[in-house]
Design a protein around this ligand. Structure first.
Ligand code: SAH
Length: 255
């Protein structure tokens, strides 16, 4: 695998990481706060977030490692940095939000249920709704290629700025209407939507590989939004409707 400057090569999920540089040894790290100051590490807080995710039922070791590695605080505005590892959604500008870590992990775990290669990686994945780029960064550690499409120019640009320092060679940011999917990258081993529509667009189903999965918040018969998983087998698309969720709307066109 190509080296990716900016990411630690390996994350140990065993004992909590050592006291962050600059913090007093033994001093408690307050829940949900980043040890202040440039150059201080937030890995202890991410480690705690991951422990919480595991307690909530997220069990895929590679996913937990990815969540422990990607620095979520680098994707939110500086005023919100202290909340970056709380289990809460946060505004990312233009009326959009970054999902709670718990929801990000849940959806990716559902996606990973699809067919993986011998290294445990998913193949090409399409993400609808790049937003600030956080989920794309997590996906980059779990999939061979990530195509992420965003319909708002301001957020597409923001995600590019946020992701630049990580130099993720397998993340491809696209500006456009994700309702049409992205045919050039198809077929996909997984398609994950970060915005909820009235139904799953036909284009996504057409661009899904056999053995692949779509995970998308979608309106159900009672008018509420729920997580929907579509799995393509040789002969059919199998649909499973899971728990209720609250995502920003999937909109057509670009802006
Ligand atoms: N995964 C993101 C969350 C983004 S919120 C993150 O980690 O930050 C959902 C995003 O979906 C919003 O930015 C919204 O503009 C975008 N979106 C909504 N409809 C879309 C469409 N048809 N195509 C592409 N992006 C869309």
């Amino acid at each position: 695998m190509a080296s990716r400057p900016g990411f630690p090569a390996r994350i140990d999920l065993g004992p909590a990481p050592a006291t962050p540089r600059g913090a007093r040894a033994g001093a408690p790290v307050r829940e949900g706060t980043i040890p202040g100051g440039v150059g201080l590490e937030s890995s202890a807080i991410r480690h705690r977030m991951v422990m919480k995710l595991a307690a909530q039922g997220v069990s895929d070791p590679k996913l937990l490692e990815a969540m422990a590695t990607v620095e979520r605080h680098r994707f939110v505005d500086s005023a919100l940095v202290n909340q970056a590892y709380e289990d809460t959604s946060l505004p990312i500008g233009l009326g959009q939000t970054i999902s709670k870590p718990n929801v990000v992990a849940r959806m990716i775990e559902l996606l990973l249920g699809g067919r993986r290669d011998s290294n445990g990686r998913l193949g090409r994945v399409l993400e609808i709704g790049t937003g600030c780029g956080y989920q794309a960064a997590v996906l980059s550690r779990l999939c061979t290629e990530v195509y992420s499409i965003e319909r708002l120019r301001g957020l597409h640009d923001k995600a590019r700025d946020n992701l630049r320092p990580f130099r993720l060679a397998n993340v491809h940011l696209l500006f456009g209407d994700g309702m049409a999917g992205f045919a050039k990258g198809a077929p996909y081993a997984g398609i994950i939507a970060a915005a909820g529509g009235e139904s799953v667009p036909q284009a996504w189903m057409d661009q899904l590989a056999i053995g692949g999965r779509i995970v998308a918040p979608t309106q159900t018969a009672n008018g509420q939004q729920a997580l929907v998983v579509l799995e393509r087998t040789q002969h059919e698309l199998k649909q499973t409707v899971l728990e209720a969720v609250h995502f920003v709307p999937l909109k057509s066109g670009i802006a």
